[in-house]
Structures are given as structure tokens and as C-alpha cells.
Design a protein around this ligand. Structure first.
Ligand SMILES: *[C@@H]1O[C@H](CO)[C@@H](O)[C@H](O)[C@H]1NC(C)=O
Ligand SMILES: *[C@@H]1O[C@H](CO)[C@@H](O)[C@H](O)[C@H]1NC(C)=O
Ligand SMILES: *[C@@H]1O[C@H](CO)[C@@H](O)[C@H](O)[C@H]1NC(C)=O
Ligand SMILES: *[C@@H]1O[C@H](CO)[C@@H](O)[C@H](O)[C@H]1NC(C)=O
Ligand SMILES: *[C@@H]1O[C@H](CO)[C@@H](O)[C@H](O)[C@H]1NC(C)=O
Ligand SMILES: *[C@@H]1O[C@H](CO)[C@@H](O)[C@H](O)[C@H]1NC(C)=O
Ligand SMILES: CC(=O)N[C@H]1CO[C@H](CO)[C@@H](O)[C@@H]1O
Length: 358
């Protein structure tokens, strides 16, 4: 009797594990099989690969960052795991890498001194488990793991660059898709043919790295998302403002994008110590505009980097959140693309519902 009971338990466990865990081995060569992308969510598998193959125009990336919550510090770290043919993605220097599996690490010290490098990997393995995943970009020294859906860590061991250490993320707010919560049946396109799944909109994070003998240790606001497409990135994008941060008790993520045909696409997310207040891609849910220097909108190719942004985010029942972002440091200004990534101070006020509607 007892042994029959035990084998039933093991059997059930085995079924549960095989149903939940999926392993993807991604070769480093460009695929000659044309790629298809998944754009409707299932109840699970939020952080798993979303393209069927990495052909010459498809891309799929896993992005992690942490920004110091000390407003006097410019400390940050960004780690990105790409599967992309370099041509599919314009934010790369014209380098001679053959590999479509590339890892990137960028750090900035509290005083703003920066370092960034892209490391080709010899293929990659992604293991999807529930709504979370782990990834290993073989031979790059960079990988990520997870413990349940809420805790992620990125480990770094790149002796050639002199960088070693780890970055830990503990989620403090729920995951989401562009237009709503992380449930099944959602449209995962934030704009035509651009998929987005935000596993960690805000995470209590700690960074412990040694960079060529210098310690870079800080705690801050962490973030992890993934983006994918079955088309060339530049086929669709004219401008794109995106960011995340904490203002008072709110964790926010904003996105305001202008397509080449002039159509604006937005996504707004706000959560307060846990519950989601807003998760929407409705046109009225958010507006992000540049402010101060170089505030030309829509931006043209010559427009320099704005000195700030104003965000109006509809918190639904809680009112409207008006946020000003003042840029304190620029992390990416690569000189070959218009892509920049910045750190800034955020201040905000909540206008209660029914007030200030002029
Ligand atoms: C794709 O096709 C090219 C040209 O025919 C070939 O050199 C390459 O090995 C192929 N790649 C794969 C992964 O089969
Ligand atoms: C900034 O900080 C880094 C790391 O501590 C240090 O190596 C560098 O010399 C500093 N730069 C300046 C201009 O102080
Ligand atoms: C994935 O997240 C959704 C939404 O929170 C939840 O309903 C579902 O149970 C999760 N799936 C797993 C396997 O954890
Ligand atoms: C560390 O030093 C080595 C040798 O000088 C250099 O190649 C590498 O780029 C440095 N790494 C960083 C993160 O500055
Ligand atoms: C505004 O753009 C100019 C030209 O690109 C640039 O030199 C300047 O630094 C920019 N201002 C800010 C605040 O970044
Ligand atoms: C950001 O906040 C810090 C701390 O209050 C302040 O020292 C710094 O001047 C601010 N920077 C900007 C651009 O507002
Ligand atoms: C790191 C990064 O740029 N992530 C992007 C993923 O896609 C969403 C929606 O397109 C953007 O808001 C993020 O900027």
C-alpha cells in the first residue's frame, strides 16, 4: 500500500515538472528558417523565448537593469542577453561578430564613469519554468537564474574584462504585458510586431561587482523585461521613450512610441506597494513628452538628448500622476545610433480624480 502511494506521488511530481519546464537551445548561427513570433499570451511562460528561430530579421532579448536609489549617485548596471542577427537590431556598433547570441554588460560608477562591452556567446540555453526563466549565454561569463517567479539573479564572471560578481532582484510589484496584467489571452504587442513582457517592473535589488579591482556595490530599483519581433526593428520605430522608476510609493513603467507613419502607441504601468493601479495601452492612459533642452517633439534626427521628460499617467481610481524626470546622467550615447539611456531624478504629484480637469 505504502509503496503504491509513494509512486503515485512521484508520478504526479514528474508530470508537473515536465509540464512546467521547457528547455530552448539557441544556436549561435543565423537560422535559415524564417521566424514566426508569438504575440498572444498564455497563462504562463511569460519569460520564455517568443520567436521560433533567430533568422536575419527577428530578435528576442532579455534585459536587466538596476539604478541606484541614492539621488546623488550615478551608479547603475545593465545586462542584456540578445538573440539577434546584428542587422535586425540597430543599437549595435558595426562589429564583425558572427554570433546571434550576444551578451552585453554596462556599468556606471557613482561618479558617472562608465564601461560597456558586448561579448559573443557560443550559443545559448534558456530554461522556462512557470512565468520565469533562466538563461546561460555559453562562454560569455554571463547568465541569469531565478527562484520562483519573484527572485532573479544575474551572475557575472568575465575575467577578460576584469568583471566578476552578482546582481540580485526581488520583485516588489506584479508582472504585466503592454495592455494589462500578466494573464493569458493578452495581446503582447506594444506596437505592431513588437512584443513586450515585463517580468519585473520594479525589484528591490543589490549589485555586488568587482570591476578591475574596484568595488561597485549599491542597492537600487531593479527591472527586467523582454522584447521580441519577427521584423527588423527599424521597420517600425520613429521615436521611443521608455523608462521605469519609483516616485513616492509608486513603481511606474512608461512607454510612448511614435511609429514611422506618425501613429502613437503607449503603455502605462503603476503599482503601489504591490497591487497594480494601472496597466493599460489605452491612448489616454499616459503621455510622455520631452522637456527643457532639446524638447522638440516629435524629435527629428538632429534633435539632441532632452534634459528631461514630463509624464502624465492615469492612475484610474487614484487620480492622475504627474511626474517630472530630470536627467542626471547619460549611460548610452554610442555615437552611431540615436539610442540613449539615461538616469534621472523623479518628482511627482498626484492630482485626485475630479480636480485639475481643465
Ligand atoms: C544558412 O545558409 C547559408 C548559405 O547557404 C549557409 O552558409 C549556412 O551554413 C546556413 N546556416 C545554417 C544554420 O544552416
Ligand atoms: C570615478 O570612479 C572610478 C571608480 O571608483 C574611478 O576609477 C575613477 O578614477 C573616478 N573618476 C573620476 C574622474 O574621479
Ligand atoms: C503566471 O502568472 C499568472 C498571472 O499572475 C498566474 O495566473 C499563473 O498562475 C502563473 N503561472 C505559473 C505557472 O506560475
Ligand atoms: C580591465 O583592464 C583590462 C586590461 O587593462 C582592460 O582590457 C579591460 O577593458 C578593463 N575592464 C574594465 C571593465 O574597465
Ligand atoms: C542638446 O543637444 C545638443 C546637440 O546634440 C547637445 O550638445 C546637448 O548636450 C543636449 N542637451 C542635453 C541636456 O543633453
Ligand atoms: C538630483 O537630486 C540630487 C539630490 O537631491 C541633486 O543633488 C541633483 O542636483 C539633482 N539633479 C538634477 C538634475 O535635478
Ligand atoms: C530595454 C528596453 O528598451 N526595453 C523595451 C522593451 O519593449 C518595451 C515596449 O516596446 C519598451 O518600452 C522597452 O523600452
Amino acid at each position: 500500500m505504502a509503496s503504491a502511494h509513494i509512486s503515485w506521488l512521484l508520478g504526479a511530481l514528474w508530470v508537473a515538472l515536465t509540464a512546467a519546464t521547457r528547455v530552448y537551445n539557441i544556436p549561435s548561427a543565423v537560422s535559415n528558417t524564417s521566424s514566426t513570433a508569438l504575440f498572444t499570451s498564455t497563462a504562463t511562460c511569460l519569460d520564455e523565448p517568443k520567436i521560433s528561430a533567430v533568422d536575419a530579421s527577428a530578435f528576442d532579448w532579455w534585459y536587466f537593469d538596476v539604478v541606484s536609489t541614492d539621488p546623488t549617485s550615478l551608479a547603475s548596471v545593465v545586462v542584456v542577453f540578445y538573440t539577434t542577427a546584428p542587422a535586425a537590431f540597430p543599437f549595435f556598433p558595426p562589429f564583425p561578430f558572427e554570433s546571434v547570441t550576444l551578451a552585453q554588460i554596462s556599468v556606471s560608477f557613482p561618479n558617472g564613469t562608465q564601461f560597456s562591452s558586448i561579448i559573443p556567446a557560443d550559443g545559448a540555453t534558456v530554461v522556462s519554468d512557470g512565468n520565469a526563466s533562466s538563461g546561460d549565454w555559453h562562454g560569455s561569463g554571463l547568465k541569469w537564474t531565478h527562484h520562483g517567479d519573484l527572485v532573479y539573479s544575474v551572475s557575472v564572471d568575465v575575467p577578460d574584462l576584469g568583471i566578476i560578481g552578482s546582481i540580485r532582484f526581488r520583485s516588489i510589484v506584479p508582472a504585466h504585458y503592454p495592455c494589462g496584467p500578466a494573464v493569458g489571452g493578452q495581446d503582447m504587442q506594444v506596437a505592431p510586431h513588437i512584443g513586450w513582457a515585463n517580468a519585473l517592473p520594479d525589484a528591490a535589488s543589490t549589485v555586488e561587482l568587482i570591476v578591475n579591482g574596484t568595488k561597485l556595490a549599491f542597492s537600487g530599483a531593479g527591472y527586467h523585461d523582454k522584447n521580441w519581433s519577427d521584423q527588423l526593428f527599424t521597420a517600425n520605430v520613429a521615436s521611443w521613450y521608455w523608462g521605469h522608476g519609483r516616485v513616492g510609493p509608486y513603481s511606474i513603467v512608461w512607454f510612448d512610441y511614435l511609429a514611422l507613419d506618425g501613429t502613437e502607441h503607449v503603455s502605462a504601468y503603476a503599482a503601489q506597494n504591490g497591487p497594480i493601479l494601472a496597466a493599460s495601452c489605452d491612448f489616454t492612459s499616459i503621455r510622455v513628452r520631452p522637456t527643457g533642452e532639446n524638447a522638440t517633439y516629435p524629435p527629428v534626427r538632429r534633435t539632441g538628448k532632452p534634459s528631461g521628460y514630463h509624464i502624465t499617467l492615469d492612475l484610474v481610481d487614484a487620480g492622475t500622476l504627474e511626474v517630472d524626470v530630470l536627467v542626471t546622467g547619460t549611460l548610452v550615447d554610442d555615437g552611431f545610433s540615436e539610442y540613449t539611456r539615461s538616469i534621472g531624478n523623479m518628482t511627482g504629484v498626484v492630482v485626485p480624480r475630479g480636480k485639475g480637469a481643465v
